[in-house]
Design a protein around this ligand. Structure first.
Ligand code: UDP
Length: 323
């Protein structure tokens, strides 16, 4: 298929682009490179530099490429940042989605795979979390993603759009070529690995007074390859609706630090800090629907292999893509 990938220079976009190319799809990446990297774009993909906030950028790209499907990653993604600068967040994430939609409708492109998040649920009513939970986000980030889902739902009713919402839990790990390099980095696993890399002295643990066995927050870490694979499966024309993507196993922050100590052989000192605003105690996915309907089979579910792949990538790319 001819696939347009917005945000293909970012973490999840770069790996999905690599795997789409491996699977023989014809890929064009659309990215403004504000937070992504040119070096993260697979050389087999075409590249259009453009900004979704500028509607003519995406209108022109869509008309030039005329894709069979769009995979939409481009967005701001930091929960903490979203609570400090809500307006740029809504502007980038929501107006970007509107412009993308306008360009899809104008060019009669129906198939959309949207990078959504478990943050659209807010604090879940039950664990593990399936797609029938009510969505009541507790951050601007989560709200911006839910607003996009709603825009796309209306476009389904009115314009016959075929949207698929992939609600991610915690993406982690790397392929040989592409890994996680955010600027600034805020995610747990890459921050932990900066300690054995000699780039930071210790890791801060944000709160140990949650209602969990060791008091630290529990998350569901999913290998980036498995996450990317779900996007490829979701390209099938009959697939629609929402899918939660996680392994169904929850690991506490302390457990993740321990696994990183085992993988790297480094003591990785940890220091307790107060809770981080907006964190829920537990987020663990029930991904039965993705397995049944998409035929999704996570292959790298074990946290050791996820951290090992991240560790290999960070050792090979100590400065991320900055070299
Ligand atoms: N976390 C932490 N120290 C850090 C970064 C993250 O204790 O330096 C915790 C964070 O509070 C959360 C978990 O690790 O409970 C995962 O955070 P991350 O930012 O990686 O992903 P999120 O779950 O927020 O999407």
């Amino acid at each position: 298929m001819k696939v347009l990938v917005t945000g293909g220079a970012g973490y999840i976009g770069s790996v999905t682009t690599e795997m789409l190319c491996d699977a023989g799809h014809e890929v064009t990446v659309f990215d403004n490179l504000e937070r992504g990297y040119r070096a993260a774009i697979d050389s087999r993909a075409k590249f259009i530099q453009g900004d979704l906030r500028i509607n003519t950028d995406i209108l022109t790209a869509m008309a030039d490429v005329k894709p069979d499907a769009v995979i939409h990653f481009a967005a701001y993604i930091e929960v903490g940042e979203s609570m400090n600068i809500p307006i740029p967040f809504f502007e980038n994430n929501v107006s970007g989605a509107l412009h993308l939609l306008e360009a899809m409708v104008a060019n009669d492109v129906k198939k959309l795979i949207f990078s959504s998040t478990c943050a659209t649920y807010g604090t879940p009513e039950r664990i593990p979390m399936d797609e029938t939970l009510s969505q009541h986000p507790e951050s601007v980030y989560g709200e911006s993603k839910l607003m996009c889902e709603n825009l796309f739902k209306w476009a389904k009713k009115i314009h016959g759009l075929n949207p698929v919402f992939l609600r991610y839990f915690n993406a982690a790990g790397a392929t040989e070529k592409y890994g996680e390099a955010h600027k600034p980095e805020t995610h747990l696993i890459p921050l932990i690995l900066q300690v054995p890399m000699g780039q930071r002295e210790k890791i801060f643990i944000f709160g140990d007074d949650y209602d969990t066995p060791d008091g630290t927050c529990i998350r569901d870490y999913i290998h980036i390859r498995d996450l990317a694979q779900a996007h490829i499966l979701a390209l099938e024309p009959e697939i629609e609706g929402a899918f939660n993507l996680g392994n169904g196993d929850g690991y506490s922050v302390k457990e993740v630090v321990e696994v990183a100590r085992e993988v790297t052989g480094h003591p990785i000192p940890a220091m307790l800090e107060p809770r981080r605003a907006g964190d829920c105690a537990r987020l663990v996915s029930d991904s039965a629907k993705a397995k049944d309907v998409l035929g999704w089979k996570p292959e790298y579910a074990d946290l050791h292999s996820i951290v090992e792949s991240a560790w290999s990538w960070h050792q090979a790319h100590p400065n991320g893509y900055e070299d």
